[in-house]
Design a binder for this molecule. Structure first.
Ligand SMILES: *[C@@H]1O[C@H](CO)[C@@H](O)[C@H](O)[C@H]1NC(C)=O
Ligand SMILES: *[C@@H]1O[C@H](CO)[C@@H](O)[C@H](O)[C@H]1NC(C)=O
Length: 379
């Protein structure tokens, strides 16, 4: 072999190696694309940026759905409202919104609750059947224009929106509490005020229930805007910060989906908008802005169609103390497995008691509750 031959061979060798190397890298990338690295070690080897690139490729396939014009508009309004800092006012108040067929059985108890805190609250009553008779000056002339409410139907949400709209008219109202005629306070006004005001959360109950009383109520007519994986369930009784109340007022697209496709008898199933609209809506748009539990306690342990009613029998200071000492929220799925999820109630990073109010209390408990109120609110 002559000198010239050797030169030619080494010149040949370089490009061959480069081709092999490039091919190997290509094969590696194709494999990494098809089988994306699942564990952090793989990402470390790949370097984090290429790892992110690969996972971005993955999440783009299948390509994201093109939102409709109406959806784009709805999202941009919601996102802008979420990013707008709230305006502070001098005299922040809490709006207590009562949803009731008529008179409020616990008005005299609430009167005790509100006494001495004038100027820090406002009361709004939606009486859907009969004009209430009042026993407390705080409740006089506080009825708003109301309409008929059918249990489990969209008219329930309409009543909630009517209350929110009315309470929002006062710029001092910073937090909005929805209560029923069977709700009682479990805490003093000061406790409730600081619990709701000094956190950035709305206490909206929201959890995923794959069972028949949860996602089983979902209808594909809600597509494409609302996917089954986003469908949530939660108790109707919420508290909401002002920003969220405004967002509820601004929404019509998602509201209409629930109005039209989540109702009793939909596709042969019963869906109740008041148990799904807000839990789903806020899960989609501001999951970390909601606590995922309701500050209104209710006892479903009897597993009947309606929760346990608290009557005079068994009512004691100890019972109320028990309710106020609960620090975990419990959710149970409605499928055969009945999976129970227990979550500590976290308030500004600290585990605290979950409940400020409780239902369902029977009217017969009124006098006893008035007697007990000073005792259970001073502990
Ligand atoms: C509420 O639940 C969602 C998940 O469903 C979670 O992303 C969010 O962080 C939770 N909210 C809080 C305040 O923990
Ligand atoms: C209160 O809770 C304790 C401890 O869980 C229980 O033993 C007791 O029976 C409860 N009392 C009432 C009145 O519910």
């Amino acid at each position: 072999m002559g000198i010239k031959d050797m030169h030619r061979r080494s010149r040949l060798r370089k490009p061959t190696w480069i081709i092999i190397l490039v091919s190997l890298v290509c094969v590696f990338l194709v494999v990494a694309y098809i089988y994306p690295p699942q564990d952090p070690t793989a990402c470390y080897i790949l370097s984090s940026s290429s790892c992110q690139t690969i996972s971005r490729w993955r999440s783009r396939s299948p390509p994201e759905r093109e939102p409709s014009e109406e959806e784009t508009a709805a999202r941009v309004v919601i996102e802008n409202l979420l990013n707008t800092p709230s305006i502070e006012t001098k005299n922040p108040k809490i709006a207590f919104m009562f949803l009731s067929p008529g008179s409020l059985a616990f008005e005299r108890l609430w009167d005790k609750f509100f006494q001495g805190h004038e100027g820090k609250f406002s009361i709004h009553i939606h009486a859907s059947k009969a004009k209430p008779v009042h026993y407390s000056r705080y409740f006089q002339n506080r009825e708003i224009h109301s309409d008929k409410v059918d249990w489990g139907k969209i008219s329930m949400i309409d009543a909630e929106k009517r209350l929110l709209a009315n309470a929002l008219k006062d710029p001092d109202n910073r937090h909005f509490v929805l209560l029923s005629d069977s709700c009682v306070p479990l805490r003093s006004f000061e406790f409730v005020y600081s619990y709701l005001m000094y956190t950035d959360l709305s206490f909206i109950d929201s959890f995923e229930d794959p069972g028949p009383h949860g996602s089983g109520r979902y209808s594909e007519h809600m597509l494409p805007e609302i996917e089954k994986k986003h469908f949530r369930k939660g108790a109707q009784w919420f508290t909401m910060k002002r920003q969220h109340a405004i967002i509820v007022m601004a929404d019509s697209l998602y509201y209409k989906k629930f109005r039209d496709y989540c109702k009793p008898g939909m596709d042969g199933r019963n869906c109740y908008a008041d148990e799904h609209y807000l839990p789903t809506f806020f899960h989609m748009f501001d999951p970390s802005g909601i606590a995922n539990w309701s500050v209104t306690h209710v006892d479903w342990s009897e597993r009947k169609w309606h929760p346990k009613s608290y009557g005079l029998k068994g009512l004691s200071l100890q019972l109320i103390k028990n309710l106020t000492s609960i620090t975990e929220s419990v959710h149970e799925t409605s499928n055969a497995k009945r999976v129970t999820t227990i979550t500590p109630c976290m308030w500004n990073g600290v585990n605290r008691p979950c409940y400020l109010f409780a239902r369902k209390f029977l009217p017969e408990t009124l006098d006893k509750m008035i007697d007990l109120f000073p005792s259970y609110t001073t502990i």
